[in-house]
Write a protein that binds this ligand. Structure first.
Ligand code: PLP
Length: 361
C-alpha cells in the first residue's frame, strides 16, 4: 500500500475515444470517424516534410516564427499574437492550465468537444455543461451559467459533433455579455470550411477577452503531424507562451504546416469539394428518411429514431466497411457522425444507409 494519489479531478477523466480505423474481417474499409480530409494534405506540405528529414539532428525553432508569419499572411492575423501548439488540443490545455485550477468553473456546451472537459479536469477545475437549443449553441444559456467562479467558456463554431454554428452577431453578444473575469475561447477547428468566416479573428481583434483556436488537422489534412494554433490578445498570448515547452513543435511539423497554409489553392479545392459532397450526402440520407441539421463542417450528424436504430445502422455500416462515429458520449445517442469522404465514400454511405433503412427491420 502506498499513499500515492493523483491530483483531484484526474480520476474523473474518461479516456478520449479516438475514431476507429479497422473492422475485423472486413477489407476495403473507409474511415469516416475522425473528420479527416479524404484527399490528404497539399503536395507542397508532403515535399516540405520529406525535406525536413535532412534536418532531424537539429533542434527545431522555438518561436515558430516562419510558421506564425505564414499563418498571419494567409489568415490576415497578427503573427505576434499567434501561438502554435501540438494540435489545438495543446492550446486548449494551455488555456486551462493558465486560467482554470481548483475552484474554477469551465463552461462547455451540451454537445461540446470532449477536450474541454478533459483539460478542465486535468487541471483540477470543474467543467460545467450548459444546454444547447436544438443542437445549437445557446448564448443566453451560457451567459446565465456564469458565476463568480467561471474562468473560461469554450465553444466550437462550427461545433463538433453537431456541425451547426452561430453567427458573428451572436458571438459578439456572447463576448460582450460575459463577466470581466471570463475568457471566451472560440474553437475554429472547422472554420476553414465556412467560406467568408474568419473563425472569430475580428472578435479577437476588437476585444481583450476572446481567444480563437485553429488546427491543421482538418481542412489541411495534417492530423498525423499535430499542429494547431491560437490567436488572442497580447496579454493572453504572453501567459500561454510562458507555459509552452520551447520545443513543442518538431521542425518537420513546422515546415509542413507552413507549406500547407501557403497552398491556398489546395485548401480551396478541399473546401469546395467538401461543400458539394456534404450537401449531396445530406440530401441522399434525407431521401432515405435520415435527417440532419445543416452542417457547416466536414461531417454530417445523422439523426435516427432512437439509440437502438442508430446503433443498428452503425453495425450495418461497419459490416459494409464504413466506419462512422457513435456520439452517445456527446449526449447524442440517437445520432451518428459521418465524415464527408471522397465521392466514392459518400456514395457507399448513402447506398448502405438506404439498404439499412429499407430493410424493414
Ligand atoms: C478536431 C478538433 C480539434 C482539433 O484538434 P487537434 O488537436 O488540432 O487535432 C479541436 N476542436 C474541435 C472541436 C475538433 O473537432
Amino acid at each position: 500500500m502506498t499513499n500515492i494519489s493523483p491530483q483531484p479531478g484526474i480520476m474523473q477523466i474518461e479516456l478520449y475515444q479516438g475514431g476507429a480505423a479497422h473492422v475485423d474481417g472486413v477489407a476495403n474499409v473507409v474511415k469516416l470517424s475522425s473528420n479527416e480530409n479524404p484527399f490528404g494534405p497539399s503536395e507542397e506540405a508532403k515535399t516540405a516534410f520529406r525535406r525536413a528529414s535532412y534536418e532531424l539532428h537539429r533542434y527545431p525553432s522555438t518561436d515558430h516564427q516562419a510558421l506564425r508569419q505564414a499563418i498571419g499572411a494567409v489568415h490576415g492575423v497578427e503573427a505576434d499574437r499567434v501561438i502554435c501548439g501540438v494540435g489545438s488540443d495543446e492550446i486548449i490545455a494551455f488555456l486551462c492550465q493558465a486560467y482554470a485550477g481548483p475552484g474554477a468553473e469551465v463552461i462547455h456546451t451540451e454537445h461540446g468537444f470532449a477536450m474541454y472537459r478533459i483539460s478542465a479536469l486535468a487541471n483540477g477545475a470543474t467543467p460545467v455543461e450548459v444546454p444547447e437549443r436544438e443542437r445549437v449553441t445557446d448564448v443566453d444559456a451560457i451567459l446565465s451559467a456564469c458565476t463568480a467562479a467561471t474562468r473560461l467558456v469554450f465553444i466550437a463554431n462550427p461545433n463538433n459533433p453537431t456541425g451547426t454554428m452561430i453567427g458573428e452577431g451572436e458571438l459578439a453578444r456572447l463576448a460582450d455579455g460575459l463577466p470581466d473575469h471570463v475568457l471566451l475561447v472560440i474553437d475554429g477547428a472547422y472554420a476553414e470550411y465556412v467560406e467568408g468566416y474568419d473563425g472569430g479573428a475580428s472578435l479577437v481583434e476588437a476585444r481583450d477577452n476572446v481567444v480563437m483556436t485553429r488546427t491543421f488537422s482538418k481542412l489541411y489534412g495534417l492530423g498525423g503531424l499535430r499542429v494547431g494554433w491560437g490567436y488572442g490578445p497580447a496579454h493572453v498570448i504572453d501567459v500561454l507562451n510562458r507555459i509552452r515547452g520551447p520545443f513543442n513543435l518538431s521542425h518537420a511539423a513546422q515546415v509542413a504546416a507552413e507549406a500547407a497554409v501557403r497552398d491556398t489553392a489546395w485548401a480551396e479545392k478541399c473546401r469546395d469539394d467538401n461543400t458539394r459532397l456534404r450537401s449531396w450526402l445530406a440530401e441522399a440520407l434525407a431521401g432515405h428518411g435520415v435527417v440532419s441539421d445543416t452542417s457547416m463542417a466536414n461531417f454530417i450528424l445523422a439523426r435516427f429514431a432512437d439509440r437502438t436504430e442508430a446503433e443498428a445502422c452503425d453495425d450495418y455500416l461497419k459490416s459494409q466497411g464504413l466506419i462512422v462515429r457513435r456520439v452517445g458520449g456527446y449526449n447524442l445517442p440517437q445520432c451518428l457522425r459521418i465524415t464527408v469522404g471522397d465521392e466514392s465514400a459518400c456514395r457507399r454511405v448513402a447506398h448502405a444507409v438506404g439498404q439499412f433503412m429499407g430493410s424493414g427491420r
